[in-house]
Design a protein. Structure first.
Length: 257
């Protein structure tokens, strides 16, 4: 019986972060599921093209990875996305996989990072431990964001921090709700003090370098202009062992479903 795990990511063109984040998750899964062959796919054609043109790094698309698994004789597949929430990317992947179900004996899809309440709590513990949070500073977690009902995941994440004693944590998104303006409104009610902007994204990529830490329109500059001594942590969630472990749990849940 030939079994495989296909790790699907949106992707990143930042070569230096690719193997630390997405690669970190993949390597953790290899260690946890030694009887499974691991494959990789990106869904962003732009990033796939850029990685090849600039670094000669070839990343398969979803279709190419599925084709390769068929050629390799894989029979039982678990697809695990490295997405944070049940957003548009997850729904597109779920829809695309319907067309491949007849190719394998079983084809199962794992959940994104934030699925059950326990996932939120586990993420809170992982982030607090890894980034050594203290309650004397303000922490702004910056998510990617999405559209539709999945946006609620970010406000739930903030609530999870608050319910676990970290009321100094605010959550915003680059492309969705709550926005940076919503975060700034809350900051306006606080006395200025040291502030850390931490990406709640799998990869420290374009959004981190441009939207969070870029020009005068970046989160960093806008918070500094409000009087908060601010800095950006340029580290993706994919590097955190606790996050890698949570993705492995989702793979295990999919296998048992």
């Amino acid at each position: 019986m030939k079994k495989a795990i296909l790790v699907v990511s949106f992707g990143t063109s930042y070569k230096e972060n690719l193997e630390r984040t997405i690669g970190g998750i993949e390597n953790y899964l290899r260690g946890e599921f030694k009887n499974y062959r691991l494959y990789r796919a990106f869904t962003s054609q732009r990033i796939i093209r850029k990685l090849w043109e600039e670094n000669q790094i070839a990343i398969p698309t979803l279709e190419e990875a599925i084709t390769q698994m068929r050629e390799d004789g894989m029979e039982h597949i678990v697809v695990q996305p490295t997405y944070v929430v049940h957003g548009l990317e997850y729904e597109r992947l779920k829809s695309a996989l319907e067309g491949y179900r007849d190719f394998f004996q079983t084809l199962k899809l794992g959940e994104p990072l934030l699925n059950q309440v326990e996932d939120y709590k586990a993420c809170v513990h992982s982030v607090i431990e890894d980034w050594q949070m203290n309650k004397e500073e303000v922490i702004v977690l910056a998510g990617h964001g999405t559209q539709g009902h999945a946006q609620a995941a970010y406000t739930m994440l903030e609530y999870a921090f608050h319910s676990m004693g970290y009321s100094n944590v605010l959550v915003g998104t680059v492309e969705g709700y709550p926005s940076v303006s919503d975060v700034m409104q809350k900051l306006g009610m606080l006395e200025p003090r040291p502030l850390r902007i931490i990406p709640f994204m799998i990869v420290s990529g374009e959004h981190v370098h441009h939207d969070l830490a870029g020009d005068e329109h970046s989160w960093l500059v806008r918070f500094q202009n409000m009087g908060f001594p601010s800095r950006v942590v340029k580290k993706g969630l994919g590097e955190l062992k606790g996050i890698q472990r949570l993705f492995a749990e989702h793979v295990r849940e999919a296998m048992e479903s």
